[in-house]
Design a protein around this ligand. Structure first.
Ligand code: AMP
Ligand code: ZN
Length: 461
């Protein structure tokens, strides 16, 4: 069956075939490890995991790389601002290396909790300084880069085309360009490949251009080329990476090798919180741990992500996570019922479900449609081991451990549940004083209640 994937480069769903043989070479932009990953970041990782799993379902093998950005990456995605790693190190009184190790471990734990398959190679930027220097030297030799008193810049005007992913028109942009911080830049869109380190800069390396540290974009180009070659099959990341990071990766590779490094560029859309952005100032930045602390399975979050295509925005609410958690438990119970069933189901029915599932996942990872087929099988009235096996096969794509029953992470004590029931009745009676009194009593015992439309959520404070 044909596998079609949406390619940001062509703006169409294209038929996917690996460039060479049966192996898919894929690069995913990984985290900058200076703070905890949010559930938004995890949405992008879940999208990449589904992609991996669908490729394997189609019989391909994978060579998948994810980088860990443990150096550089300035505060904004342009070339200005303070280094994120160094900023965190100062704030937490640690060295940048300690910060990177600490947050890398926590990131890996989140991947594990979400049952996300690890890429074949996970590589750190700081282990590839030489490859980056080589890349920048190559660009200098070919005339695509120039030195100023502060950095080595990539000269975008040297390319036939810049902005192939986002369709930037450089001529139009030039007219409205803001005054740049570095007056020595030749064009406003030129970006730093290699940055000269001020004396007290914490992370820096010797290079042909003095003591420097790398720009963010060069690390991905250098590591991609090292492990996957000049051109590979798929490059992935979050949608915010298109206009700067990925355009610049393409520019660098075209400069050095004359080729766009990837055939397919795939991007995951954003997770929204209550219809808007996640931000510290709004106090709505959630981590996977926040979901776990409320007694929900992390896999409920994965299931929640499957309610929309990776190319659509999705809105996070606690009500939706509550519903996904219930759905996860039900799905696993349904699997068990089939597993214990002794009835027979015709092969034709099994094949039909399998074909429909294949069609859904091969249509640009249509998980909402795939899930509707999973539910049809789960709810099938005849209980049969054949259907359990089919669900297990589907789970190689879903990765929700369908054959392992969910443990209720935290049991709410009976006395709290009694108070909650009393409060539900008080609200039905519109006895708001009693309802408030009961809420306070519940709070004093260390629990919180949240009122939903027709229900309440109880959680530890
Ligand atoms: P950052 O930590 O901002 O460098 O982001 C790491 C990855 O997570 C990038 O690929 C981003 O596109 C992605 N990302 C960040 N925020 C969100 C969000 N709210 N929803 C989905 N992906 C996100
Ligand atoms: Zn990258």
């Amino acid at each position: 069956m044909e596998l079609k994937l949406y390619n940001t480069l062509t703006k169409t769903k294209d038929i996917f075939k690996p460039l060479e043989g049966n192996e898919v070479r894929m690069y995913s932009c990984g985290p900058t490890v200076y703070k905890d990953a949010t559930i938004g970041n995890m949405r992008t990782n879940i999208f990449q995991d589904v992609l991996r799993r669908v490729l394997k379902y189609n019989g391909y093998t994978l060579k998948h790389i994810m980088n860990i950005t443990d150096v550089g990456h300035l505060v904004s995605d342009a070339d200005e601002g303070e280094d994120k790693m160094i900023k965190s190190a100062k704030e937490e009184g640690k060295t940048p290396l300690e910060i990177a190790e600490f947050y890398t471990k926590r990131f890996m734990n989140d991947l594990l909790s979400l049952n996300i398959e690890l890429p074949e190679i996970i590589c750190k930027a700081t282990d590839h300084i030489n490859e980056m220097i080589e890349f920048v030297s190559g660009l200098m030799e070919k005339g695509y880069a120039y030195e100023t008193s502060t950095a080595i810049y990539f000269d975008v005007s040297k390319l036939d085309e810049y902005g192939v992913l986002s369709g930037i028109n450089l001529e139009e942009q030039k007219a409205g360009a803001r005054v740049d911080i570095d007056q020595e830049k030749k064009n406003p869109y030129d970006f730093a490949l290699w940055i000269k380190a001020p004396k007290n800069h914490l992370m820096k390396w010797d290079s042909p251009w003095g003591v420097c540290y790398p720009g963010w974009h060069i690390e991905c180009s250098a590591m991609g080329k090292k492990y996957l070659g000049e051109q590979f099959d798929i490059h992935t990341g979050g949608i915010d990476l298109i206009p700067t990071h990925h355009e610049n990766e393409i520019a660098q590779s075209k400069g050095l090798t004359g080729k766009n490094p990837a055939k397919f560029w795939m991007h995951g859309e954003y997770l929204l919180i209550n219809g808007g952005k996640m931000s510290k100032s709004l106090g709505n930045v959630y981590l996977l741990n926040d979901i776990i602390k409320k007694g929900y399975s992390p896999l409920a979050y994965k299931l929640f992500c499957y309610s929309a295509s990776y190319r659509n925005k999705i809105n996070f609410t606690w009500e939706a996570i509550d519903a996904s958690n219930k759905a996860l438990i039900k799905l696993k119970e349904s699997y068990k019922k089939h597993f214990e069933g002794n009835e027979n189901v015709q092969d034709e029915i099994i094949n039909n479900y399998e074909n429909k599932f294949n069609e859904a996942i091969n249509d640009d990872l249509n998980m909402p449609l795939a899930m509707s087929i999973v539910w049809e099988v789960a709810k099938y009235s005849v209980k049969s081991k054949k259907l359990a096996d089919l669900l297990l096969k589907f789970d190689t794509v879903l990765g929700i451990k369908i054959d392992e029953l969910e443990e209720n992470n935290e049991e709410i004590p009976n006395d709290i549940l009694e108070l909650v029931e009393k409060r539900k009745q008080a609200r039905l009676d519109k006895n708001w004083d009693l309802s408030d009194k009961l809420r306070n009593e519940i709070n004093e015992k260390g629990y919180n209640v949240k009122d939903l439309k027709d229900d309440m959520i109880v959680e530890r404070i």
